[in-house]
Design a protein around this ligand. Structure first.
Ligand code: PMP
Ligand code: GLU
Length: 436
């Protein structure tokens, strides 16, 4: 008799059937192939079994599925600019193809793009980097994966203030290290306090992951708040991953401050993550990067050479055009985001029972739905943010993402990277839903 666990793999050798457990052949059995095909199953690794799928992409897929059924959906789920990639950037992609830039490149990115990234940080933030400190990857999500794999050992702890972007904790777990989630309060504008930060540090703490401006809350730390965090980082010999992918989407009177600029010695302790997805409406092109100490960049480049090779050659040339070409497109998109942000803030303020922090950056509103938990909306009892989002989608065709996916129950994230007409209809429907 063969006992098959859900993790068993059956492998045929002629008419012999081997049963492979998660790690080694455990049983040998002779049988005809056909009668066992139906039991064939490949073991999923324990680490991937524990992986939650991206909730933002899952909600966006659900919205797309409804659209494919012919339904009109007001999609505020995924964080992706609704603008098309500016023409001169698309043209650079076409020109790259025509010029034969269709081959492998250096795994860590083309020298021209690395140079452009270095120049951008010099001009924008006065930071001095060498091109050898840059690794260009398949989007900033991939950059984060590289950072975690290159720097973390099992049991290392990474402090992540919550609400946090959906992929952080999962990517840290994938590397075998431990995410340490630090809750923050709406009453404190979802900002990590220094006291709270200090309390979370243990001998195992390796780094802090700071997303500024924040996805999902839209808050932005000011220079003084960042300096206080930086002083603790330096005192405790920690490292920082500064996810600054929304650095050009800022609506505050405060200026955005790039983390490594704050104190001397901080640049050696910080890995900056950024990319073209948000600033240039280039989500599908998949180009992100890191700026890090040279030894880490070298290892991440090597890691990438084994895992994915280079990011698309064509996309790298398009990203080069984005960084070195005219920046009016960024100003124009920012102006549209400001208008939308102001509109959304007004709408939330006028919907009974909803609150949100001031949106100072990125393109999300993270609104509090606690007044509606335990209540019946449209005939269905709502006990958590996931039910709220699913019912809002089913009853009113508005797609949003549950706060629980960002480590913060009782809230919902809506992206305002959508046209004003869509936002108007979506918020009319949200208002109807909570009053139903
Ligand atoms: N960091 C944050 C905070 C994000 O919101 C995103 C959006 N997906 C990313 C990183 C990754 O961006 P991408 O992979 O598209 O460059
Ligand atoms: N960063 C975007 C979001 O938060 C894109 C989706 C994703 O990469 O998870 O919605």
């Amino acid at each position: 008799m063969i006992r098959l666990s859900p993790y068993s793999v059956l492998i045929f050798h002629g008419n012999m059937l081997r049963v492979k457990s998660a790690s080694r052949y455990s049983l040998l059995y002779s049988a005809t192939c056909s009668s066992f095909l139906m039991f064939m199953t490949i073991a999923i690794s324990k680490i991937v079994q524990g992986l939650a799928p991206s909730a933002t992409l899952a909600m966006s897929a659900k919205a797309k599925e409804l659209k494919s059924q012919g339904k009109t959906v007001y999609d505020l789920s995924v964080g992706e600019p609704d603008f098309v990639t500016p023409q001169h950037i698309c043209d650079a992609g076409t020109a790259a193809m025509k010029s034969g830039y269709t081959k492998y490149t250096i795994a860590s990115g083309i020298p021209e793009l690395k140079k452009a990234i270095v120049e951008k940080y010099k001009i924008d933030y006065g930071l001095e980097y060498k091109p050898s400190q840059v690794v260009v990857s398949n989007g900033a999500k991939h950059s984060l994966h590289n950072v975690f794999f290159a720097t973390l050992d099992p049991n290392d702890e990474v402090i992540i203030p919550a609400p946090y972007w959906v992929s952080y904790a999962e990517l840290v777990k994938l590397s075998g290290a431990m995410p340490v989630i630090l809750s923050t309060e709406e009453s404190q504008n979802f900002k990590m306090t220094t006291e709270h930060f200090k309390q979370a540090i243990t001998p195992k703490t390796k780094m802090l992951l700071l997303c500024n401006p924040s996805n999902p809350t839209g808050i932005m730390y000011n220079a003084k708040e960042l300096e206080e965090i930086a002083d603790i980082v330096l005192k405790k010999n920690l490292f920082v991953i500064a996810d600054e992918i929304y650095d050009k989407l800022v609506y505050s009177n405060d200026q955005f401050v790039s983390f490594p600029t704050l104190r001397s010695g901080l640049q050696e302790r910080t890995i900056v993550v950024n990319g073209v997805s948000k600033t240039y409406a280039m989500t599908g092109w998949r180009v992100g990067w890191t700026l890090s100490p040279e030894n880490i960049a070298k290892k991440m480049g090597e890691l990438q050479s084994q895992e994915t090779s280079n990011p698309s050659s064509i996309s790298q040339h398009a990203a080069l055009a984005a960084l070195t070409g005219p920046q009016d497109c960024v100003t124009e998109m920012l102006a549209a985001f400001i208008e939308r942000r102001n509109y959304v803030a007004k709408r939330i303020a006028h919907i009974n029972g909803l609150t949100c922090p001031e949106m100072n950056g990125a393109f999300y509103v993270f609104f509090n739905i606690k007044n509606y938990l335990g209540k019946t909306l449209g005939g269905v009892r709502i006990d958590n943010s996931e039910q709220f989002c699913l019912e809002l989608l089913m009853q009113k065709q508005v797609a949003t993402v549950m706060g629980s996916a960002f480590g913060c129950e009782g809230y919902v994230r809506a992206s305002f990277a959508a046209g004003l007409d869509i936002l108007k209809e979506a918020f009319d429907r949200i208002s109807e839903f909570v009053n139903s």
